[in-house]
Write a protein that binds this ligand. Sequence first.
Ligand code: PLP
Length: 338
Amino acid sequence: MTQIPIAKETIDRIAAANKIQNPGKASIREMRKMIQDVEKETGVRFVKMEMGIPGLPAPQVGVQAQIEALKSGVASIYPEIYGTADFKKEAARFVKNFLDIDVTPDCCVPTVGSMQAGFASFLTLTRYDAKKTKVLFIDPGFPVQKQQCRVLGIPMKAFDVYEYRGDKLRDKLEEELKDGDVACMIFSSPNNPAWFCFTDHELQIIGEMANKYGVVVMEDSAYFLMDFRKDYSVPGKAPFQPTVAKYTDLYVIMISGSKSFSYAGERIAMMICSPKLFNMECPDLARYSPSSSAPSTASPAAPPTACSTPWPPCSRAPTTAPSTSSRTSVSTARRPAS
Ligand SMILES: Cc1ncc(COP(=O)(O)O)c(C=O)c1O
């Protein structure tokens, strides 16, 4: 389509006012702001498809519980950073019921949306072993996650899995992981926007490769239980939602409340760490822990310096190394200093 019912000059002016050089390459958020301005100026309404807003009413049981919680005064108190005991117990029960995996309540951490879970995971997982600094994206995935890595200065690798379904995935993962510098790999199933799901065989391949190369798998379950190949909806009864957790003990599962509970506005999610990862001893994390005292064999702390994408610049001056300890774990790294 070459003609739209709005003058090109108007679009160009509004794009320029929003500092957008090429609307065709604008990010979702830039585009949203620009369209808001176009609507305001012209009165022409747009059908917006840039975000998958669930739009279904949030379940009444949740809304009611939230009202009660607010009435009881929770708004004025900082929440327990580690998650309240009730939540952690229920989260562990939830994943047992729907994924058939066994984790202790300790391994279940509430987050402010999956976005925060992703941010915290990228930050931690690319630092817990000084030799492993990269993130491998098995696309298609959530573009914001790449942006998070850019902002954090984390080097990335990515491939579109479309060409590597089934057994081809094994060879591709070998190729991507063989250098031994990938800390974690991330995928989403079902994914946005292609909406296909990994088969159990493919999840098994991902798990095997994770075990072989010591890579943590981040399973982005933004569309939890929206895999409709089978009916996974009955708690505690097979079939269960397929998960990579069946094939590796190095995983983080991010379960968003946005879509499956229609709670997008509340920014709620949970992060389920495998017990092995949660309890892992990570001396290299001591580089970032001011409360550590014992020396570590890790090299001085320096954030990752190179990334394959040009913007924003990733190189930074190395930070001074804080004191170190040999007992810092992935889990204690998130706890407040006592
Ligand atoms: C694949 C994927 N991951 C993560 C997210 C973010 O989820 P949340 O709203 O919990 O931050 C989205 C949101 O659209 C998504 O599509």
